[in-house]
Design a binder for this molecule. Structure first.
Ligand SMILES: Nc1ncnc2c1ncn2[C@@H]1O[C@H](COP(=O)(O)OP(=O)(O)OP(=O)(O)O)[C@@H](O)[C@H]1O
Ligand SMILES: [Mg+2]
Length: 274
């Protein structure tokens, strides 16, 4: 079995202010999670605003250096002490999808330029292979190069643009995709397209996902594992069925009860989702 994701005593302190008045914010406080599996998985991270979800994502993406501890992705130390792979190897294996697809692509540059840039700089592909790889990635998200070539971000809907950013993430053939609130800026009617795409990419292409969200309904619907965060700590972690079907921790119960639907509406909604 592979260690798909493991964090060991992961800690991140942000220091604010100068001498004397320095204030420390502990964004990650001894985070320990462990997912071992033969098959690719979707791991959701839920928790209220400020609980440390984005900091966890950024640590795994090497955008933030942990203050202590380390993280392992597919058996490689990717963050903290002993982080092994070179930046390029690392970027091939872990790829991000961000919240706002309109921020990910400049209005002044055709979106396919980003895809070809990733094919060249991250995946290291030659022109001809790059063309095939970009098209292949776009087909995987329900588009193709002919739909996209020469167009700018304002010529796409938020949902389409998010699918293009997923295609960009696929080009280096990553094993883990870290998606921080990938559907929160997307029209509610289009969210399930993205969510189902994650499932399909897990099942058909063997990608694992770290899916960060406020939306417990979609987390429940797609996750194999769920981590519940509160104030920098993982307060509950386990198989999605256990964590959300039978929460052990008061905070998880609170989070589940704060879904803006009643318990009885929650069931039909998740059935629609399925
Ligand atoms: N660069 C930074 N400098 C200082 N403090 C930061 C920085 N980034 C995050 N924080 C603080 O760390 C804590 C965790 O923030 P983080 O962005 O990880 O939360 P989050 O769970 O992603 O929240 P949200 O759901 O609102 O996106 C918060 O208290 C935040 O204010
Ligand atoms: Mg966040």
């Amino acid at each position: 079995m592979a260690v798909i994701l493991r964090t060991e005593g992961l800690n991140k302190d942000y220091r604010l202010g100068g001498f004397g008045r320095a204030k420390i914010i502990t964004a990650l406080d001894d985070v320990n999670i462990n997912v071992e599996s033969d098959r690719p998985v979707i791991i959701s991270v839920v928790g209220e605003s400020g609980s440390g979800k984005t900091t966890l994502a950024k640590t795994l993406l090497r955008l933030v250096e942990p203050s202590a501890g380390r993280a392992i992705v597919y058996d490689k130390v990717v963050a903290g002490k002993g982080a092994q792979p070179s930046k390029r190897d690392f970027m091939k294996s872990v790829q991000p999808i961000f919240q706002n697809p309109f921020e990910a692509f400049s209005r002044y540059r055709p979106v396919d330029a980003y895809l070809f840039e990733t094919a060249d700089r991250v995946a290291g592909l030659q022109a001809k292979e790059a063309e095939a790889s970009v098209d292949h990635a776009l087909v995987a998200v329900g588009l193709d190069l002919a739909d996209v070539r020469g167009k700018y971000s304002n010529q796409f809907s938020g949902g389409e643009l998010q699918r293009i950013s997923i295609a960009r993430a696929l080009i280096p053939d990553p094993s883990l995709i870290v998606a921080d609130e990938p559907v929160s800026m997307i029209d509610a009617s289009r969210r399930m397209i993205i969510i189902n795409l994650f499932k399909r990419l897990r099942d058909e292409q063997g990608r694992s996902f770290l899916y960060i969200t406020h939306d417990l309904a979609t987390a429940y619907y797609i996750s194999d594992f769920v981590a519940v965060m509160n104030k920098g700590r993982v307060v509950e972690f386990g198989a999605a069925r256990d964590v959300m079907g039978n929460p052990q921790h008061d905070y998880t119960r609170l989070l589940l009860s704060s879904i803006p639907t009643t318990r009885s509406r929650w069931r039909p909604r998740s059935r629609i989702a399925g």
